[in-house]
Design a protein around this ligand. Structure first.
Ligand SMILES: Cc1cc2nc3c(=O)[nH]c(=O)nc-3n(C[C@H](O)[C@H](O)[C@H](O)COP(=O)(O)OP(=O)(O)OC[C@H]3O[C@@H](n4cnc5c(N)ncnc54)[C@H](O)[C@@H]3O)c2cc1C
Length: 506
């Protein structure tokens, strides 16, 4: 167990660096302070910890050897993909940062089987480009094209475009465990014995261990490659946009459409957020100032409270009928079809919706927004009744708090709306003092706790709370099981130990 950053003697430093360079080649392992600093948590508020080494492996074999070295010298390893989830890639105890972005080969696009096999460093832009050539697509989010596909898919389905009926897009993974074992999951697990076996099925006759590595933050094993679901671009795409006066109506609509299998995905966008997206689409950065002046539950006369944006795809005849059904359901629920008006009135938002939900393209449109401040966005998953209550209570609670900047939200269906994702999009100003940030963080925490206690919500994606391990401690027997798995897979706790503390506790 690490309790403070490792202190390596000059001799150990030299030995480890030499060995790393033997493994990956001199150009791919470094102790250069300027490079190491780039992995130190540069956007973070808490004090930085600079790793001792940065290494870029090229293969599972490289990673095996690096893990053997790390165990021998008791040096922590922090894996990093595109590095956008900084607190989870923070090398809190120093040691080795293992940057997997140089493992960037698309190994296979299996058109017949509808999956692609990619290494950890393959980006959304890279894979989307390749797939386009074969009229195929993958699940994209509002993140930029340079993000690692597996980096994203290894986190809970919080994607603004995750398919409504499919909880995750990973069929199988190859993982290197802390003891150097290379394991493949799902159907591919049999390939060592039966070489003809491929990646087509996420399970095999045994418990599905693939999910152990989703949301694990690199604390249970290092992922080297994965087989991912890919989808055909069908003959026709439809995106009828519906406008509603309340979140409850929009959610009922999302439920009905997804449960009737009319949509691949459906997401609802609150008026302040689609106004901001419209602004970003037109000007590239910033936000319309008037959006911050209204109470978010009161809509200005010139726009609907909320838009429901579906992604529909199929044969032409089916799409025509689906659009008619969508119109009828919208009207039955008291809404109206807003597609043309959205196009004319909100061209920037329209562009994002069309890129995203109709054409399945990777987009940089959100980046301008992310440059505006420090995002402290509470997000939860709840059932359809709980989430409606959270929306009603949450807007009012946050509006009265220090976390009111950018107060708006988006919400999307998971698993045909059995669960619903709701993310408030609050920021704090980049000029905030540490005290102000602390206050806003406490507000976020209070919101989450209230949403769990009163409305039956659960945390999503690395929301482990404070003190470390606080959220896992609430999960009873599940917590014992997970800690036992961690102890057995990584007895020396060399895999992302800084993050392990946050997740499992001290
Ligand atoms: C503008 C913007 C918009 C966004 N919109 C969306 C959206 O619409 N939908 C969405 O889902 N997300 C969204 N995000 C978040 C984004 O998806 C994640 O930031 C990103 O996908 C995480 O991938 P990463 O490669 O950056 O992960 P990293 O930050 O590199 O790593 C995340 C975790 O995985 C671990 N890890 C890294 N590599 C490995 C490995 N090889 N094996 C095991 N563990 C590893 C790390 O240690 C860390 O704990 C958005 C982000 C931005 C900036």
């Amino acid at each position: 167990m690490f309790t403070r950053p490792v202190k390596l003697s000059a001799k150990q430093q030299g030995t480890i660096l030499r060995r790393l360079q033997q493994i990956v080649g001199p150009a791919n392992a470094t102790a250069n302070p300027a490079i190491r600093y780039g992995y130190s948590g540069t956007s973070m508020i808490i004090p930085k910890a600079v790793p001792d080494f940065v290494v870029m492996p090229r293969s599972a074999e490289d990673i095996q050897k690096i893990l053997v070295l790390a165990r021998r010298h008791k040096v922590p390893i922090t894996p990093v993909g595109s590095g956008s989830q900084e607190p989870s890639t923070y090398p809190f105890f120093g040691g080795i940062v293992l940057d997997t972005m140089a493992m960037n080969r698309i190994l296979e696009i299996n058109t017949n089987g509808a999956y692609a096999v990619v290494e950890m460093g393959v980006t959304f832009g890279q894979l989307a480009e390749e797939l386009k050539k074969a009229k195929l697509r993958l699940t994209v989010g509002s993140f930029p094209s340079t993000i690692s596909v597996l980096g994203n898919y290894l986190m809970t389905a919080a994607n603004t475009h995750r398919s409504s009926g499919i909880m995750d897009d990973i069929l199988g993974l190859e993982v290197v465990l802390a003891d150097g074992t290379v394991a493949q999951t799902g159907s591919k697990a049999f390939a060592g014995t039966y070489p003809k076996t491929e990646w087509h099925y996420p399970s095999n006759t045994f418990p599905n261990v693939k999910n152990l590595f989703i949301d694990a933050g690199g604390t249970l094993g290092i992922v080297t490659k994965g087989a991912l679901r890919i989808y055909q671009m069908n003959e026709a795409q439809a995106m009828p946009i519906s406008a509603f006066d309340s979140y409850r109506q929009a959610l009922e609509y999302m439920k009905r459409l997804s449960r009737a299998n009319l949509v691949q995905h459906i997401c609802a966008w609150h008026w302040i957020l689609y106004s901001i997206i419209d602004h970003l689409g037109q000007y590239g950065k910033g936000a319309p100032a008037d959006g911050l002046l209204y109470d978010p539950w009161e809509t200005p006369d010139d726009r609907p409270y909320i838009l429901a944006v579906p992604s529909m795809s199929g044969y032409r005849e089916v799409m025509e009928a689906s659009e008619r059904a969508a119109k009828r359901l919208t009207e039955e629920l008291g809404g109206r079809i807003y597609t043309d008006e959205c196009h004319e009135r909100w061209p920037g938002a329209w562009k994002f919706f069309a890129d995203h939900y109709r054409d399945h393209q990777v987009t940089n449109q959100f980046m301008g927004g992310f440059g505006e401040g420090l995002p402290l966005m509470p997000m939860v998953i709840a059932d359809p009744e709980g989430v409606v209550q959270i929306e009603h209570w949450g807007l009012r609670f946050l509006r009265r708090s220090s976390l009111k900047l950018g107060l708006s939200y988006y919400s999307h269906s998971l698993d045909q709306c059995r669960s619903v994702f709701l993310r408030m999009t609050t920021f704090v100003s980049p000029e905030s003092s540490p005290k102000e940030i602390e206050r806003a963080t406490a507000v976020r925490q209070k919101y989450m706790e209230h949403a769990y206690k009163r409305y039956g919500a659960i945390p999503v994606r690395y929301d482990y709370g404070h003190p470390p391990g606080a959220v896992l401690a609430k999960t009873g027997g599940h917590s014992r099981m997970l800690k036992a798995i961690k102890r057995s897979l990584d007895p020396e706790n060399i895999l992302n130990p800084g993050y392990s503390i946050s997740m499992y506790g001290r």
